[in-house]
Design a protein around this ligand. Sequence first.
Ligand code: AMP
Ligand code: GLY
Length: 425
Amino acid sequence: MKVLVIGSGGREHAICWGLSLSKKVSKIFCAPGNAGIGEIAENVDIGSTDIENLIVFVKRNNIDFTIVGPEQPLSLGIVDEFRNNNLLVFGPTKHASQLEASKEFSKLFMKRNNIPTASFNSFTSYNEAESFLKDSDLPIVIKADGLASGKGVRVCFNREEAFEFLKDVMLDKVFSSSGEKVVIESFLEGEEASFFVFSDGENILSLDSSQDHKRLLNDDMGPNTGGMGAYSPAPIIDEETRKNIINEIITPVFEGFKREGLEYTGILYVGLMIKDKRPSVVEFNCRFGDPETQPLLYRIDSDIFDLFYMTAIGKINDYKLKWKPKTSVSIVLASKGYPKTPITGGEIKDLNNINLSDSEFIFHAGTKLEDGKVLISGGRVLNVTALGDSLQSAIELAYRCVEKIDTTNFHYRSDIGKKGLLKNS
Ligand code: AMP
Ligand code: GLY
């Protein structure tokens, strides 16, 4: 099989890596890819939202199957376009992708289907939103309705901050049309975790748990980022909590999809807030998480190509998902200046000369190859991933691996996974 992966991050490197282990995959293409992906796949110089040219490329190269990584092409309808051209593709349709692309769409769906989530109001009028905020409880959460690369949400602890963010979004339009509508919701207390479900349109397969670290600095301080590290499984989701997630969220969500005629294929990412073993939904995404994909796929012991392929052809029930009985941890090395103004262009010296054991892997995100040198080309640059017999050993291995890298141009958190250790003790 010839497979095309769309995207250029650590998530897509992990997907390509997983595909490269499968005997069923003869060739991997990635559009546009990165330096690490280029070592196992052929990078294709087509942007991930250039749907027209992606279709031309797939037809011209007789590609059998396409996996879409990021949300932007999904929300633009890449799956519908591929299907119209009789091309096999992994991901939800444009309509189903609204679950991520419109916060209001997903909140209304949850309300109709009694899914536990924060109470909310949505506004298209700045004046109405402002007067609502004057009397609201604090903290309060303001969200731009549309896609904003993870930057469109602010948890506001005082009213000044809330008015300022509302003004940025609705009047100064810092997220352009994504901020024409805002959702204002109550603050949920607890600890966040991520839960991924594969759906073939009829049946579903839930993955093991994982946990991201969204804040820039240790101890969950500093601004929100795309994610500074992740690990799997996450002890916060113990057996009882997992049952609650399935019974109170996953089952009613997929029943709701059926009842409402919303065909969902691909991955549903359920961002959770967990308090006293009770889960609530913080958000839905219609794709894999980044960096959660890296430790999750690194733990899978069955054919990763089949996981995506059998989902896409409607045979997920025939897939036997096997996990390595291990814990994996992935640490994000971000460029200096990330998330505000990442400094790019610097060389990562000797990256390809590092000795890695079978339990370590460096997934690339914002890297590019130029004249034989690996250069920094984005905010999150490398995802140093390790597999251990316990969370403690996976953390130690991953940080020892970081020490092998020239980190002059990077900053990173030194406490990835620590939260999980506290739970275990
Ligand atoms: P979202 O893009 O909706 O996931 O929001 C980004 C981040 O904001 C989440 O990962 C949480 O850390 C935080 N957040 C969003 N909604 C809430 C909420 N209702 N209560 C507390 N924190 C929230
Ligand atoms: N790890 C957060 C995200 O993928 O949205």
